[in-house]
Write a protein that binds this ligand. Structure first.
Ligand code: F0G
Length: 351
């Protein structure tokens, strides 16, 4: 076995790179596809988790960022900019360091998880907290990238989706074919678009014999695609997907329709319950937004929209360590004991 080389080298012939593209990488991708015993039991399906929180900066964004930053470097860019609910900014900041570029990030003030803020800052990004939501930040970032010499690395940058499609390749490579159903959270709708692109590519050249049905899940307070209209004031505890006017809206609808899938919403309560279940019963610590995929699967099976016995992959998009507040909120506080085995045993209920 040889070492994993990052998604650009692993899937070079399927990506828009040439010998002249300087590959800026942190060896992203190659993430585990973990069988989900408990979720399988609950649903009667064969369920796997694609654990994207194990990427270098703790989210799936790294797959897209290695492409976006490599192409920006090929183009001679010295600076990049993005709007973000947190993960894109963490990833952009890290890859900009690797490329020797400066990085500017625009985030909605007070609405991003502490760990993500820490990542952007420790990697030296110029961070602006905008008095608005993600949609406002993206509009601002787009304007700045037009009027000033900074490259936009949001998922409206087509190279981002090219990188992100590689997750589908890995899943088919691991399972031997596409699953029946693929579930994932939907925010700006880039990732569902990228996955569908990846599955279609593998299918069209015979690397997969089938195509999955794509199931995307928005938070009920931030569900513009489900409602059929932008949400001016998106609200959800899952701040990563707190988005009211997704940039890849139409592409997500196309992925849904062409795959005979669905885009639905799940409540914050369902998201929180799935988050706790994944941590407490699967041993997989994800961030809140990521749990929307599993919350959605449970709901869809219950509603008879996904057949029992189906083979299902749920992408869990980000690492739980990015936002530990929610883990601590539901936990009992730790007990303090002296350095004494009997006291410790008693406190643990071992006696
Ligand atoms: N899950 C996590 C953890 C995310 O950070 C995001 C998006 C999504 C799901 C949704 O993916 O936007 O492609 O539909 N985060 C972006 C960001 C918006 O700025 O980090 P999507």
């Amino acid at each position: 076995a040889r070492a994993w080389r990052g998604i650009v080298e692993e899937y070079r012939d399927r990506l828009p790179v040439t010998a002249n593209t300087p590959v800026v990488t942190l060896l992203e991708g190659g993430t585990p596809l973990v069988p989900a015993t408990r979720v399988s039991e609950l649903t009667g399906c064969e369920v796997y988790l694609k654990v994207e929180g194990l990427n270098p900066t703790g989210s799936f964004k790294d797959r897209g960022m290695t492409m976006a930053i490599s192409k920006a470097a090929e183009d001679g860019a010295k600076a990049v900019i993005c709007a973000s609910t947190g993960n894109t900014s963490a990833s952009a900041a890290a890859y900009a360091v690797r490329a020797g570029m400066t990085c500017a990030v625009l985030v909605p003030q007070g609405k991003i998880a502490m760990g993500k803020l820490a990542q952007a800052l420790v990697h030296g990004a110029r961070l602006l907290q905008v008095d608005g939501n993600f949609d406002d930040c993206l509009e601002l970032a787009r304007k700045l990238s037009i009027d000033y010499p900074v490259a936009l690395v949001n998922s409206v940058n087509p190279f981002r989706l090219q990188g992100q499609k590689t997750a589908s390749f890995e899943i088919v490579d691991a399972l031997g074919d596409a699953p029946d159903v693929h579930c994932l959270p939907v925010g700006n709708a880039g990732n569902i678009t990228a996955y569908w692109m990846g599955y279609q590519e593998y299918h069209s050249d015979g690397s997969a014999t089938r195509l999955p049905r794509m199931f995307g899940f928005q938070a009920s307070g931030a569900a513009p695609i489900v409602n059929g209209a932008p949400v001016a004031q998106p609200r959800t505890i899952a701040t990563a997907i707190r988005i009211g006017n997704p940039a890849s809206w139409r592409f997500a609808e196309k992925a849904r329709d062409d795959s005979d899938g669905r885009i639905d919403s799940v409540t914050d309560r369902q998201i929180l319950a799935a988050y706790r279940m994944l941590a407490g019963e699967e041993g997989v610590f994800v961030e809140l937004a990521s749990a929307a995929s599993v919350a959605g699967l449970l709901q869809s099976v219950e509603a008879g929209q996904i057949e029992r016995g189906s083979r299902v992959v749920c992408t869990v998009t980000g690492n739980g360590l990015k936002d530990p507040d929610w883990a601590l909120a539901g936990a009992s506080s730790a007990v303090t004991v002296p350095v004494d085995a009997r006291a410790a045993a008693a406190a643990l209920g071992l006696t």
